[in-house]
Write a protein that binds this ligand. Structure first.
Ligand code: SAM
Length: 282
């Protein structure tokens, strides 16, 4: 593979845009480790969100992935296009579909399945994007994502830890989560203020625990953590459940309403949500 060629728009002419979370990966070793974690097979379809200047994109293509890359910044899309034009290795880029779009608004349902998602994500969209990708979980075989370390820790957190919350429960309910390694700010340019971490998220065929109503389960979990300082019974009341129903459900599920959300396991949330389900709608 030839070295990256000069772009019509030289990288130094492009100033990283803070508002789009542009911290470009400059450590080839980390790039290789991301791809190793994703165990890319030739011909496999990979969706990359935020290809930036194309470092990860090029590495994915070198591993013979079929890549759909979604980038919001027109200047960066032009850099990649210039690289493609300047490259002698036209065969390499024939497997790339480059789209200029906002990933948060992109119709993922139209993407050819199955696919993996590999991305060094802009931090400002990581949580909404994770929820958006979860809606497509039946079509995604694995997500390998570089996130702000604190967000990765929240996703992988166990009950009782200070990072444990709705994000941990919802992700662990639908997927298998593995925090792979942490990454120093020195591996990016410009350097972010915080450390990053690589996380691997593999959607499960069916949720980890069977619940009667997934929408209700999500409402209970989100409700319990919307008011983090509140006790469970108060938090659920704030989330719109009636006092009578909360008390009956807590009794039925043998759960103390003075507990706080962060002390409940995923199973306990499932039992509580099923108890609310059997009590019917308010
Ligand atoms: N993948 C590149 C790398 O590793 O060097 C760039 C990673 S940088 C952390 C995040 C990238 O996501 C930037 O290129 C940024 O322009 C892009 N981006 C930001 N918001 C986006 C959005 N809503 N949709 C698609 N791309 C976005």
């Amino acid at each position: 593979m030839p070295e990256r060629q000069a772009s019509k728009i030289k990288p130094k002419q492009i100033r990283a845009k803070k508002r789009w979370g542009q911290n470009f990966l400059i450590d080839a070793n980390i790039t290789r480790k991301i791809l190793d974690c994703a165990t890319i097979q030739p011909g496999e379809h990979v969706v990359e969100i935020g290809p930036g200047k194309g470092v990860l994109t090029q590495a994915l293509l070198e591993r013979k992935a079929q890549v759909t890359a979604i980038e919001i910044d027109k200047d960066l899309v032009n850099i990649i296009r210039s690289d493609i034009d300047a490259s002698e290795n036209t065969a390499l880029y024939k497997n790339l579909t480059l789209i200029q779009a906002d990933a948060l608004r992109y119709p993922f349902q139209e993407i050819q399945a199955p696919y993996k998602v590999v991305a060094n994500l802009p931090y400002y969209i990581s949580t909404p994007l994770l929820f958006r990708l979860l809606e497509e979980k039946t079509k995604i075989t694995q997500m390998v994502l570089m996130l702000q370390k604190e967000v990765a820790e929240r996703i992988a957190a166990s009950v009782g830890s200070k990072s444990y919350g709705a994000l941990s429960i919802i992700l662990q309910f639908f997927t298998e989560v593995q925090l792979v390694f942490t990454v120093s700010p020195n591996c990016f340019q410009p350097k972010p203020k915080v450390s990053s971490a690589l996380i691997s998220i593999t959607p499960l065929k069916t949720p980890r625990i069977h619940v009667k109503d997934e929408v209700l389960f999500l409402k209970v979990v989100k409700g319990a953590f919307s008011y983090r300082r509140k006790r469970l019974s108060n938090a659920l009341a704030c989330a719109g459940f009636s006092e009578a129903k909360i008390n009956a459900a807590l009794l039925k599920s043998n759960c103390d309403g003075t507990r706080r959300g962060e002390t409940l396991t995923i199973s306990e949330f499932a039992i509580l949500s099923d108890a609310l389900f059997y009590l019917g709608s308010d």
